[in-house]
Design a protein around this ligand. Structure first.
Ligand code: NAD
Ligand code: MG
Length: 387
């Protein structure tokens, strides 16, 4: 039976991993929408290869290039925010939400409001919208399948018992490429060093988040929304080999873990086939070759981001949206060479101190908080004391 799929963020790292799996079983899938921000040429090539119904660029300025690249084909071309949402609202069996950042929130919410299955990679959308998104999932009977490897691991481990019997959930963190660096050395880390992840091949933004540990902070908030066990039952442990993708401890003392190669095609395949399983070309796990698995406590002196995220989760309301927006702005500034690596967390903390709006209750409220938090974060970066 053929299933239909739309991929939001088709030209990114998660998008490419998803399309790689589809390419290997082409006849099983009908591709509806493929989207990107601006790389029209690459998007058009993918749309032609996968015979998509529609290709959409988020940046409207790139639409003429997309149209030209699709000329002579039957594929529709569209551009802009509204077009992204319209495409995300087309009926499909499963949507892959793989846009990076809060930019993915509106299209992801549109897909959720249509019902059906959403494989969520776009963690920033869930972190920002939190209860607004989970309420929409419940209201529209959508199924949120976690693509993030840790959350996918937890989702799988939760098949082994009831959520009411969970004592704790432990998110594993690789610690990123700068895990062993001194505070002095971290202050001089370059974008190239920060994105050189030892285990995973990912987009630039999430790679920097891995290096600061903000990725684990965002994932802590993401887990809180996906798995209602209470914040005090959520833990983080550093596990540099990225083999154990996360763990669930039950009240009887049993801990279930999911292990696998550090290849995003594994959790993506688990979402694509859910509740069944599908083959992937991923290298099998060879534990004897890996030798040892190690675990250590996070160092929140050198990597304060997890503390900021935990505090934002406890504060609730708008705080996670402010944290996420400030982090997006600070990471972009770091990647552009405008601030030091060790300024990212202080910019986020200072923005949270200066801006504490009331809890958003609608999608528009969340987007308004996001917009304002971005401008506050830019102000913070312009303040000499913060850098
Ligand atoms: P990426 O940078 O490789 O790709 C991002 C995609 O989003 C691209 O297709 C890009 O064109 C599109 N995009 C960017 N800005 C946009 C905008 N303003 N409007 C519309 N489209 C836009 O990112 P990625 O590494 O694939 O990550 C995607 C999401 O998945 C992120 O939220 C990330 O945290 C999450 N995630 C990624 C991985 C991974 O291994 N890469 C693992 C877990 C979770
Ligand atoms: Mg992850």
């Amino acid at each position: 039976m053929t299933r239909s799929i739309s991929i939001l963020g088709a030209t990114g790292s998660v998008g490419a991993s998803t399309l790689d799996l589809i390419r290997r079983n082409r006849d099983a899938w009908r591709i509806v929408a493929l989207t990107a921000n601006c790389n029209a040429g690459e998007l058009a090539a993918l749309a032609r290869e996968f015979e998509a119904e529609i290709a959409v660029v988020g940046d409207e300025a790139c639409l003429p290039e997309l149209r030209a690249a699709l000329a002579g084909s039957a594929i529709e071309a569209a551009g802009g925010c509204q077009a992204l949402c319209d495409a995300a609202g087309r009926p499909v069996d499963i949507t892959i939400a793989a846009i990076v950042g809060c930019a993915g929130l509106r299209p992801t919410m549109t897909a959720i409001c249509r019902g059906g299955a959403i494989a969520l990679a776009n963690k920033e959308a869930l972190v920002s919208a939190g209860a607004v998104m989970t309420a929409a999932v419940a209201e529209h009977g959508a199924t949120l399948l976690p693509v993030d490897s840790e959350h996918n691991a937890i989702f799988q481990c939760l098949q082994g018992g009831r959520i009411a019997d969970v004592r704790s959930i432990t998110l594993t963190a690789s610690g990123g490429p700068l895990r062993t660096w001194s505070a002095e050395r971290l202050a001089r880390a370059t974008p190239a060093q920060a994105v050189a992840h030892p285990n995973w091949d990912m987009g630039a933004k999430i790679s920097v988040d891995s290096a600061t540990m903000m990725n684990k902070g965002l994932e802590f908030i993401e887990a809180h929304h996906l798995f209602p066990v209470g914040l005090d039952a959520l833990r983080i442990v550093v596990h540099p080999q990225s083999v154990v993708h996360s763990m669930v401890e039950y009240c009887d003392g049993s801990t279930l873990a999911q292990l696998g190669p550090s290849d995003m095609r594994v959790p993506i395949a688990s979402c694509l086939a859910w509740p069944e399983r599908m083959d992937t070309p991923c290298a099998p796990l060879d534990l004897a070759a890996i030798g040892s698995l190690t675990f250590e406590a996070p160092d929140e002196d050198r990597f304060p981001a997890t503390r900021l995220a935990r505090n934002a989760a406890h504060a609730g309301g708008a705080a996670p949206a402010v944290l996420n927006a400030a982090n997006e702005v600070a990471v972009a500034a770091f990647l552009a060479g405008q601030i030091a690596f060790t300024r990212i967390a202080p910019v986020v903390e200072e923005t949270l101190d200066r801006y504490a709006p009331s809890a958003p209750s609608t999608l528009d409220d969340v987007l308004a908080v996001d917009t304002e938090a971005r401008s506050r974060a830019r102000e913070v970066m312009e303040t000499a004391a913060i850098g």
